[in-house]
Every structure is written in C-alpha cells, then in structure tokens.
Design a protein around this ligand. Structure first.
Ligand code: FUL
Length: 425
C-alpha cells in the first residue's frame, strides 16, 4: 500500500545522497560460483573456493567505468560461506586453498573501492544454511550479530547493508539489536529492505520499477519466492532499489549470456529513469575475474549511456505559476528530457507535462522524484521548454535535455521473466 499523498515525509541527507548516486553494481561470488549453482545448502566443501586470478580492482574499475557509484559484495550468501576470515565459523575463505587460507575477499574489494573512489556495501544473508545455530533463533542472533560486527568494524565505511529476505519468510531476527549495532558502527549506511530499513526492494528481480515511483510507503515485498510483505504501521520514506543480473543467474555459471545493450538500456529507463535506483549484478567467474563477454557488454552499456546522456544541455530555470520555464540558451536538438524535483521537503510532484514554446505536449507522466527521464517520440528542435507540475509545494530543480540520436534504442521485450522459482540446491 502506498501512503496517501497528503503525508509528506522527507529523506535523510544520507538517503538523498544514495538516491542521487542512483546506480550500483552487485557482485555475487562464493562457493556457488565454483559449483555452478544459484543456491547451495551449506554442505559444499570450502576447498572448492579457489579463484586462480582474483582481481577486485578489475571488478570495481568496471563498475566505476559504467557510471556506478557503489558496489555490493555478497560477503555471505544463503549457503553460509563467508568471504572474509570470520571468527564465527570455519565455513569461510580461511578453510579454502585460496591464498593458502590467508585471503580475504571483502578486504580486497574494500581496498579496491578505496583506491578507486567507490563506495562499498555488503550483503550478509540472514538465512544461513550452514550454521547449526540457525535452528536456535537466540543462538543464531548472537552469531549473526557477531558477523555483522566484524563486517561493520574491519572494512572502513560502509554505504549499504543488504538484508536479503529470501528463505526468511516467517522468521524473526534481532532487528532492534541489528539496528543498534548499525547505529553504533555504521550510522550512515543504507539498510536494504529488512528491519530498520532505509531503502526498499522494488518487488522483482528484473530491475524494473513500477510507474509512478513513490518514495513514501508502508510496505515492501520481502523476496522473490513467496508472497510475504514487510508492513509497517506508519508510512516511511523508503526509496526503491531495482536489482537485476547482467546474466540469467546471480552467480557466474558457464554457458549463460549477458543481456543485450537494448535490454540494459530499457532496464535503465525503467529504474533510474523513473526515479528509482539500479543495482546491476556482474558476477565474477571462477578465476575471480569478470567474464570477457560480460566485461565487453557492460562496457558497451556504459558507452551507450554516455552517448545518450553524456553531454546534457542544462536549462536555466524560471519559476512560473504551475512549474518552470527552462531556457536552453539557444536552439538545440533533443530527444530526451531529464527532470529532477527538490526532495529536501519530500516528494511532491504527482503529475507533470513537458511542453514546447508553442504549447505542444512533448511528454507527460506522474511522479518525478530524484530523476525522471522522458524519451520523446521523435527528436525536436527547441530553445525553451515549459514544465507544468501538480503537487503542493513542488519545486523543479533540474531540466536537462539530451540528444541521443544514433544511440541504441531501449527494448523491453523479454525483460520480464516468469515468476522466479526457488533455485535447486
Ligand atoms: C535473492 C537470492 O535468493 C538470490 O540468490 C540473489 O542473492 C538475489 C539478489 O536475491 O533473493
């Protein structure tokens, strides 16, 4: 359920920064990578984890080069295997042959992020299929808190903590204590979807937000495998993150192909373009490197984004009675219009229209939020635009135009997958 439009809640400065960043890259990596599995049940031998040529700088550089501002690493997936040498369990890199048991993938990614000016987030699956304590909720809460404390203490500033609801329907965790730990050690981190969340899951794994995107809500879907919903009594400001994999699966598996550039552009427009954030998974392979086909496709996607949006013409804005006039500083050709509203006072725009100087409607829509992209039916020549908005107290703070002629056209055909089945172990 979405909160009524009369309820104006505002973002924290950290939420606003996260929304403006808008684009992250997910790295799913672990024992599953070496077994060709999406999920495993905690019994895979840690000895199979043995990347021959791990290069976290390559992963992070690729993310940065396609315009992402942050990365999220699966420090522990549902199988319980830890990518750092935790003191809480032997089921970790310390029991693997990789670097003679002295390696730490979380540290390598954290250091690569620091070197390359990228922000780091960590995924720590609440559902743990290896830990014997999982059957004893009180004991598991201590175990999980200890793992989270290690991650929140040893790897510098964290930007996002990703609490995946898969496998956790009906299970309660110690969210109050988890929240207190985050407040103590990583107060600026975004919290994904569970417990003291500050951002929500968009509700599918196709990377697609629904139109309109509303930031204030009382509910979020829990996971992709059942109908559980996280409900709160009071509405909260909880912007959505759209996750999707470059490939069919989340973990690298032989024989899978990356999505086409047209598909990726369509995902971009249906997530970032609607005012949500995008988290694109690019899974490292068994070498601990990015599969050359994935690296090439991601680079093509980055180039396509630069071709479309790399040279914006910024409008000079003058407030009008029901919106703004944007002076483009001379006649320009454009086929995309990008809008942003002021969010410090909450999301206010409920409807908007873009008109040319002759009063012709070029595009229209509902919410705007942190960013709203319109692809025009055909290119136009204009020296000014008028933006009309509905929504009490709404302020448009950016109107930019782009000329993407020649860039690939987004194509959503095939973007929707059948509802996801639980992967085999
Ligand atoms: C899901 C998990 O079950 C998948 O394996 C993956 O991690 C995805 C991002 O979230 O719910």
């Amino acid at each position: 359920m979405t909160a009524s439009s009369t309820e104006i809640l505002v973002p924290t400065p950290e939420q606003l920064t996260w929304q403006r960043d808008g684009f992250g890259v997910f790295f799913h990596f672990g024992v599953n990578t070496f077994a060709g599995k999406e999920w495993s049940d905690g019994t895979l031998a840690p000895q199979i984890f043995d990347p021959s040529d791990l290069d976290a700088d390559e992963w992070v550089r690729l993310a940065r080069d396609i315009g992402a501002k942050y990365v999220i690493l699966t420090a522990k997936h549902h199988d319980g295997f830890c990518l750092w040498p935790t003191a809480t369990t032997d089921y970790s890199v310390a029991s693997s042959p990789w670097k003679g048991g002295e390696g730490d993938v979380v540290r390598e990614v954290a250091e690569a992020c620091r070197r390359q000016g990228m922000k780091l987030g960590l995924y720590l699956s609440p559902w743990d299929r290896n830990a014997p304590q999982y059957q004893d909720p009180a004991a598991y809460d201590e175990f999980y808190l200890a793992q989270l404390r290690e991650l929140c203490t040893d790897y510098g500033q964290l930007y996002e903590l990703w609490f995946d609801g898969a496998g956790s329907a009906g299970r309660e965790y110690a969210w109050d204590r988890i929240g207190a730990l985050i407040d103590e050690l990583q107060p600026g981190a975004m919290v994904f979807n569970m417990g003291p969340s500050t951002i929500r899951w968009v509700g599918n794994e196709d990377g697609l937000a629904a139109d309109p995107v509303e930031y204030v809500t009382t509910s979020a879907d829990l996971n992709n495998y059942d109908d559980d919903v996280v409900e709160t009594e009071r509405a909260r400001y909880l912007p959505p993150e759209c996750d999707v994999s470059l490939r069919k699966g989340w973990f690298w598996q032989p024989g899978e192909e990356p999505k086409s550039v047209a598909h990726l552009l369509a995902i971009h427009d249906r997530s970032i373009g609607l005012g949500a954030s995008l988290l694109l998974n690019i899974p490292p392979d068994r070498r601990g490197r990015i599969d050359p086909a994935d690296a090439a496709r991601a680079a093509e996607f980055g180039t396509a984004l630069r071709d479309r949006f790399g040279a914006p013409v910024e409008g000079t804005l003058t407030a009008s009675t029901d919106g703004v006039d944007a002076d483009l500083g001379g006649s320009v050709r454009l086929d995309h219009v990008e809008l942003a509203e002021r969010l410090e006072d909450g999301q206010r725009v409920t409807a908007h229209r873009i008109l040319d100087s002759a009063g012709r409607v070029l595009a229209e829509g509902g919410t705007i939020g942190v960013r709203r992209l319109h692809r025009l039916a055909e290119p136009v020549q204009a020296s000014s635009l008028r933006i009309e908005v509905e929504g009490e107290g709404a302020v448009i703070e950016r109107v930019a135009v782009h000329d993407a002629v020649g860039a690939p056209v987004p194509d959503l055909a095939g973007a929707y997958r059948a509802p996801t089945e639980r992967p085999d172990d």
